[in-house]
Design a protein. Structure first.
Length: 447
């Protein structure tokens, strides 16, 4: 254990809980323009669950991907804890001199939570991690305590723990594009899903980026590091199924791309080995977050006002419900990491005509920008066949946009009824645009 705060920055000791907390706030006070410290919530025993957010213009929202690392939800798996503190320090101290780090800080919002389970880590006292346990103070395994895509809420039969609630609340507010969760007890990258055998629609992408992580870690370490299972990577279910894990929760419910990084065979690693583990993983850590800059990205706005929209972005013919991504309602920016290829995107926002953009090509390690302006959909209430409801309407015309599931469209535009009662069986989505002219007086209020 470190005896002083200064000792921590040799990165070969575990900090006390109080030194950890002061360090997290010190990042904020030393680098106020780059870094801010955020309390996501409190543990069962009232300890702070802390994140730092790092970005240029850290206090304003920009069109930048939000990326996230979190460690040690199992309180006795602590290698990632110190590595995350070191990563924060490394980013802040080299910003402006290291061009790659500077570009990352300028182009993304980096969120880091070094310690997701402080009560488990400091089980005996705030001053030592000796005696750290896997669970929280209630001995609940937090990596079984999240809502599960297959099993639903409370798959472990336990109430949501304070630490779980803190993470769920902040995940709901943020729009994390890519994330990683550090554990120990093995040396392997675990990618989704954990809860079922079915492969994620982005399975090949996960395999390729997980491979890249493990390959770099192997290149910077002695022979044998990060080689478990398929030479350092595995599908979660193939290794062993878990229910209520955080990885599936982030990916399924929040559209992130989260992997579980098992970073050291020994859970409570001899602290003298922490600097070596930093060197093994340093390149992989930064490369993982940088993935957020690749693939397709852009901004979704209202075509009339230019305001940002909360939209769902789906890759046609590829996405299942679990793999679509969401634009950030604050800015309208979205990010969809994809392997090289040609894709069609569908942009959906409630109250807007669905927009389809085809033939978008993606090349390796580069970004294709696709902005989307969605046209507001006007909804007409009451009957629209001029039999009395809207006396004020002089003229009424309909434009119909439709997207087909496949097969040829109807021979002529409105060959059958368009009210969904069966006329056009292939309709996937149907929106009406109505132009109207009034004789005078106020228009219908429900347009
Ligand atoms: Zn673990």
């Amino acid at each position: 254990m470190a005896k002083t705060q200064a000792e921590i920055t040799s990165w070969d000791v575990y900090p006390s809980y109080t030194d950890y907390v002061s360090m997290m706030y010190k990042f904020d006070s030393l680098y106020p323009n780059l870094c801010t410290t955020i309390v996501a919530g409190y543990s069962e025993l009232g300890r702070e669950i802390l994140f730092v957010k790092i970005s240029d213009n850290v206090h304003s929202q920009e069109a930048e991907p939000e990326v996230m690392f979190s460690s040690s939800m199992h309180g006795n798996e602590l290698c990632g804890y110190v590595l995350m503190l070191r990563m924060i320090d490394s980013i802040l101290t080299t910003y402006g001199t290291d061009p790659e780090i500077t570009a990352m800080v300028d182009n993304m919002e980096i969120w880091i939570n070094p310690l997701a389970n402080p009560d488990g880590a400091y089980r005996i006292s705030d001053s030592t991690v000796a005696g750290a346990i896997r669970g929280n103070s209630n001995f609940v395994d937090l990596n079984r305590n999240f809502p599960d895509p297959d099993e639903g809420d409370h798959p472990d039969g336990k109430s949501w723990q304070a630490e779980t609630v803190a993470m769920m609340n902040i995940a709901e507010k943020q729009n994390w594009v890519i994330s990683g969760n550090f554990h120990g007890g093995a040396e392997v990258i675990n990618y989704p899903w954990d809860t079922w055998f079915t492969r994620h629609p982005d399975d090949l992408w996960y395999i390729s980026v997980s491979r890249q992580y493990a390959d770099s870690a192997q290149a910077y370490s002695p022979f044998g590091y990060m080689t478990l299972l398929n030479n350092g990577i595995t599908n979660g279910w193939d290794w062993y199924p878990i229910f209520g894990g955080r990885q599936d929760y982030m990916n399924y419910f929040h559209g992130s791309r989260e992997i579980t990084i098992e970073i050291s065979n020994t859970k409570l690693l001899n602290p003298a080995l922490l600097p070596a583990h930093w060197e093994y993983n340093r390149v992989s850590l930064f490369d993982w977050l940088r993935q957020a800059n690749y693939g397709i990205s852009g901004i979704v706005t209202d075509s009339a006002t230019g305001n940002p929209l909360a939209a769902t972005v789906t890759v046609i013919g590829r996405d299942a419900a679990s793999s679509r991504v969401f634009s950030d309602p604050d800015i309208g920016d979205y990010y969809r990491m994809l392997r090289p290829g040609t894709y069609s995107l569908q942009f959906y926002a409630e109250g807007y005509d669905t927009l389809l953009i085809t033939a978008v090509s993606v090349s390796a390690d580069s970004a294709t920008v696709v902005n989307a302006e969605l046209i507001p959909t006007f909804w007409l209430c009451g009957d629209i066949d001029n039999n009395g409801q809207f006396q004020g309407i002089l003229e009424l015309t309909f434009l119909v946009d439709f997207i087909f599931r496949g097969g040829p469209p109807p021979a002529n535009e409105l060959a059958a009824d368009v009210d969904g009662s069966g006329g056009i069986a292939n309709l996937l989505d149907l929106t009406y645009i109505v132009d109207y002219v009034f004789r005078g007086g106020p228009g219908p209020t429900c347009l």
